[in-house]
Design a binder for this molecule. Structure first.
Ligand code: NAP
Length: 210
């Protein structure tokens, strides 16, 4: 499948990229710094530019079959970075008739908030996890934008993505209950890529952990 990947130079995107290539997908990565992509592969096209520019997003979107958004907020990025980019991605996808969108969100976003432990919601999020609260607030803007689009979308809500080895056990929870606190980067990347060829989570916002 022809896949446009956002965030290929980030923590998750760097792991998703080799998984995509290993599964023989043809990948276009739109990045702001080409040197940060360390992989060279005949099925990888790297476009360097302003990732947030509508024209460049449209150009990169031409001829694609799916989009995976692994963009994350760096220090200094706007609080609405992901929802703002998502709006641009949806508009470009709808115009270029690219139907499949896989977007990353966080456990605690949308209806998964209520099912999280009291300590997490009431004590940790407003204090030491305030940075996460800001990310979740942006995802709470992003998710409804995706839901009301005409795309074949899946929003994957992850807990902490860790560098622990693959656990080979994936929990999928539709309401955010019964999860563990993390998922290994390898399992997370494999799961994201598996969604390109799996329709079972279309139009859903599952939370995924080990
Ligand atoms: N990491 C986790 O534990 C975790 C857990 C749950 C959910 N998530 C979600 O998964 C997604 C990816 O997270 P991540 O931790 O992999 O992200 P990350 O490492 O912070 O990824 C940052 C990516 O976004 C790009 N980026 C950041 N700010 C930018 C800007 N202003 N303009 C252009 N590009 C910009 C970076 O490009 P440069 O390389 O050029 O800076 C990089 O490719 C996010 O939505 C995050 O909330 C992550």
């Amino acid at each position: 499948m022809k896949v446009l990947l956002f965030g290929a130079t980030g923590f998750t995107g760097k792991a998703v990229l080799p998984e995509l290539l290993a599964k023989n997908h043809k990948v276009t990565a739109l990045v702001r710094s080409k040197e940060r992509v360390l992989i060279k592969h005949p099925n990888l096209q790297i476009i360097e530019g302003d990732v947030l520019d509508d024209v460049q997003i449209h150009q990169a979107m031409e001829g694609q079959e799916a989009v995976i958004n692994c963009m994350g907020k760096n220090k200094g990025s706007a609080n609405n970075l992901i929802s703002g980019l998502t709006k641009k991605i949806i508009s470009a996808m709808e115009e270029e008739q690219v139907k499949r969108l896989i977007a990353l969100s966080n456990v605690g976003a949308g209806d998964s908030y209520e099912t999280q432990p009291f300590v997490f919601r009431v004590i940790l999020l407003p204090t030491i996890l305030r940075w996460l609260k800001l990310l979740i607030e942006d995802k709470n803007i992003m998710e409804p934008l995706i839901k009301k689009s005409n795309l074949n979308w899946t929003v994957l809500r992850f807990p902490k993505i860790s560098e622990k080895p693959s656990q080979k056990r994936i929990l999928i929870s539709q309401d955010g209950k019964g999860l563990s606190f993390s998922i290994s980067l390898k399992d997370c990347a494999e799961f994201i890529v598996s969604q390109l060829t799996d329709k079972s989570l279309w139009y859903k916002t599952p939370s995924i952990s080990n």
